[in-house]
Ligand binder design. Structure first.
Ligand SMILES: [Fe+2]
Length: 285
C-alpha cells in the first residue's frame, strides 16, 4: 500500500531563476530557493519516490489532464516571461503507473480526467521551477497535473484531489504532492513592473494573503474552504486557485485541521503573494 509522505503549497516564481544569475536581481529569491531545497531534503528523508505537481501554468479549456510520459527532457523558455526564464535545461523521469492510477480514480468519481503519454506534451514552469530546485539530480519521478482550469468546477477539482489520495494508497511507493501556485495573483501593472518586483499590486490582496496565512497556521480550514471561492475570485487566484482546491481535496477539505508550517514566509513577487508551506498529514476532525 502506498503512502502520502508530504503535501505542500509551493511557489514557482520565475524570479527564482533570475535570482541565480548575476545582475541586480541576484539572490532576490534565495529564501524561496532554500524553501524548495528544504522540501526536497524532507522528501528524501521520507523515502519519497515520486512528486505529483498540480501545475497552475498548465492551462486547460476542457477536462483534467495528467502527463503520464515516462521521461521529460528539453530546454525551456517561457513565452509569458522570456526575460525571466530562458534556455532552462531540464531532464526528469515520469511515473506512468501512478499517473494512470490517478486518472482511473478520478474517472471513477465522475471527473473528466485523461492520462496522456505523448512525447511532445512537455512540462510547464509550474512544474519545472520547483523541480529545478528539488530534483536536479532526477532523484524523484514526476507526475504533472493541469491546474489552470478555465471552465472547471471547484467540486471537480476537489474530487481530483481526493482521487490523487486514493491513487497514492493503491500505488506501491511513497509520494509527495505539491500545489504549485500563488496566493493572490494580481500581476503588477506593466509600467510599474520594476517597483512591483518585491511588492503586492494592491493593499487588499496583501491584507487578504496575511489573513489566509494566519488561518492556515491555525488550521482553520473550515473557514478557509468557505471563503475560498471569493478569495480566488477577488484576489485573482492563479489558475483560479484550482491547485489549492485539489490540495485541500487531498487533505480532507474542510475537515482538515493541520497547522500549516511556512518553510518560506509569505513574500510578494511581481505583485503577487507567494509561500512555501507544508501541510501536516493526518489532522482531520
Ligand atoms: Fe505562476
Amino acid at each position: 500500500m502506498g503512502k502520502l509522505a508530504l503535501a505542500a503549497k509551493v511557489t514557482h516564481v520565475p524570479s527564482m531563476y533570475l535570482s541565480e544569475l548575476p545582475g541586480k536581481h541576484h539572490g532576490c529569491r534565495q529564501a524561496a530557493i532554500d524553501g524548495h531545497k528544504e522540501i526536497s531534503r524532507r522528501c528524501r528523508e521520507l523515502g519519497v519516490d515520486t512528486i505529483v505537481v498540480f501545475d497552475t501554468h498548465w492551462l486547460v479549456n476542457s477536462a483534467y489532464h495528467i502527463n503520464c510520459n515516462d521521461h521529460f527532457q528539453g530546454v525551456y523558455t517561457s513565452h509569458e516571461l522570456p526575460h525571466f526564464i530562458r534556455d532552462m535545461e531540464y531532464e526528469y523521469d515520469g511515473n506512468p503507473v501512478l499517473g494512470n492510477l490517478i486518472a482511473e480514480e478520478a474517472i471513477s468519481s465522475g471527473v473528466r480526467a485523461q492520462a496522456h503519454a505523448i512525447s511532445t506534451l512537455t512540462l510547464e514552469y509550474g512544474t519545472l521551477v520547483p523541480m529545478r530546485y528539488m530534483n536536479s539530480d532526477r532523484h524523484f519521478k514526476v507526475v504533472s497535473i493541469s491546474a489552470f482550469c478555465t471552465v472547471h468546477d471547484f467540486a471537480d477539482s476537489r474530487r481530483m484531489g481526493e482521487a490523487v489520495r486514493r491513487a497514492i494508497e493503491k500505488y506501491d511507493g511513497t509520494v509527495a504532492v505539491l500545489a504549485s501556485g500563488s496566493l493572490s495573483h494580481r500581476f503588477i501593472d506593466d509600467q510599474r513592473a520594476e517597483q512591483g518586483m518585491n511588492a503586492w499590486t494592491r493593499e487588499f490582496d496583501e491584507q487578504m494573503d496575511h489573513r489566509v496565512v494566519k488561518l492556515w497556521r491555525e488550521g482553520k480550514f473550515a473557514e478557509f474552504c468557505r471563503m475560498l471561492p471569493e478569495y480566488a475570485d477577488y484576489c485573482y487566484g492563479e489558475g483560479n486557485m484550482h491547485d489549492t482546491v485539489m490540495l485541500l481535496g487531498l487533505m480532507g477539505w474542510d475537515q482538515y485541521q493541520g497547522k500549516v508550517e511556512f518553510i518560506t514566509d509569505l513574500f510578494p513577487s511581481s505583485g503577487t503573494g507567494q509561500v512555501n508551506a507544508v501541510f501536516p498529514l493526518a489532522r482531520t476532525a
